[in-house]
Ligand binder design. Structure first.
Ligand SMILES: [Zn+2]
Length: 364
């Protein structure tokens, strides 16, 4: 956090997290424990070495940034996944996150997950899905953090594999026929977007829309063809109806037609400031976020993969924009309100968070 402390105001704000990858919450402590429980060898001799490996700023994308000898972010992330083997492992991962969420006053969360990163290692999809389903129920009961999950297609894998994974996971969805188990209510598009525009997954998007699911997709910052990918996401996919939400999407600032499209179609961005702050200077990044705000683009503040991003969680991300974008306390409340409105939570949950938000603001 570069010496920036989380203020009591930011700590006390009720929060909504819409952009967090559950595997990106795997702490070194849990990874160490699961590696030993499952006899998975780690390339670190001691726990301290493992912890140290999380302190680096990974090479974001070798295809874009060149090879500086550091592992890429995705290599580090998928290496962490190796220790997740049994239903209990996935359950513990999710419960540890939901407990942490409660400590940060997160009132509702829509975590991303995928099955492909695990089935390709030989873990059955139902092992993953049942672990998260149990955590969804117990996390709401024990920690008071309700969650609706987002199934992600890995965009650097073939469409056919994604469709197969989706069909296998569908019995765990919250589909419009009401027959699913209720774990996930949306689909997303994640992993490496190099030369993988969202349009490649059109068939998958149409299918999930038909099943009554919401749709979001990553348009990561400063990637190759970032503006073109955003244009597709806003205007072209789903037979021209566009996506419901975009993850990241800071490159909307590159082109006025993207700003206009986001506004006219009511598409919100789930920003993760610290993820960009790792690669951009304070005086470059935060004025951009401020400009999006001044342009009237709707966005909210999230954390992405906190354990692989210097342990900066949603509260740290909110503190950064509070400080560096000079957002007032009222502005910060508006960012939470945006998250509530952009979420696909049930109406009673939304109302309760807005009521709490109002009373927090009145006390500040
Ligand atoms: Zn992400």
């Amino acid at each position: 956090m570069n010496g920036l402390e989380i203020s009591p105001f930011i700590a006390s704000l009720p929060k909504v997290e819409l952009h967090i990858h559950i595997e990106g919450t795997l702490t070194p402590a849990l990874r160490w424990k699961l590696a030993h429980r499952n006899n998975i060898p780690l390339p670190y001799a001691t726990y301290e070495e493992l912890v140290d490996s999380y302190n680096v700023t990974y090479n974001h994308r070798r295809e874009v940034n060149g090879d500086n000898g550091a592992p890429t972010f995705l290599e580090a992330y998928f290496a962490g996944c190796q220790v997740l083997c049994t239903e209990d492992d996935f359950y513990e991962l999710a419960m540890a996150y939901l407990e942490k969420a409660r400590e940060m006053n997160v009132r509702y969360v829509e975590p991303f997950f995928d099955t492909q990163a695990h089935t390709r290692r030989g873990v059955p999809a139902e092992t993953v899905l049942n672990g998260y389903l149990r955590a969804q129920r117990d996390g709401a009961e024990r920690f008071g953090v309700p969650s609706n999950w987002i199934f992600c297609f890995l965009r650097d894998e073939p469409l056919e594999d994604g469709l197969k994974a989706y069909r296998a996971a569908l019995p765990w969805a919250r589909t419009k026929d009401g027959r699913g188990k209720g774990l996930f209510h949306a689909v997303g598009l994640a992993s490496n977007e190099y030369n993988r525009p969202p349009g490649l997954f059109e068939e998958a998007f149409l299918l999930s829309k038909e099943d009554g699911l919401h749709l979001t997709m990553h348009c990561d910052v400063d990637q190759k063809d970032a503006a073109e990918h955003m244009h597709e996401a806003i205007f072209d996919i789903c037979a021209g109806t566009g996506t419901d939400r975009i993850d990241h999407g800071l490159n909307a600032l590159d082109r006025m037609d993207l700003i206009q499209g986001l506004k006219s179609r009511g598409i919100g961005l789930t920003l993760c400031p610290h993820a960009y702050h790792r690669r951009q200077a304070t005086e470059v990044l935060f004025p951009k976020i401020r400009r999006l705000w001044d342009e009237g683009v709707k966005f909210c503040i999230n954390s992405d993969d906190p354990t692989y991003m210097h342990n900066v969680w949603i509260d740290g991300n909110m503190m950064k924009v509070h400080e560096y974008c000079q957002f007032t306390k009222r502005d910060m409340a508006k960012l939470v309100q945006n998250a509530v409105e952009m979420s696909w939570a049930d109406e009673d949950i939304k109302k309760e968070i807005l009521r709490e938000l109002e009373s927090t603001i009145c006390q500040n």
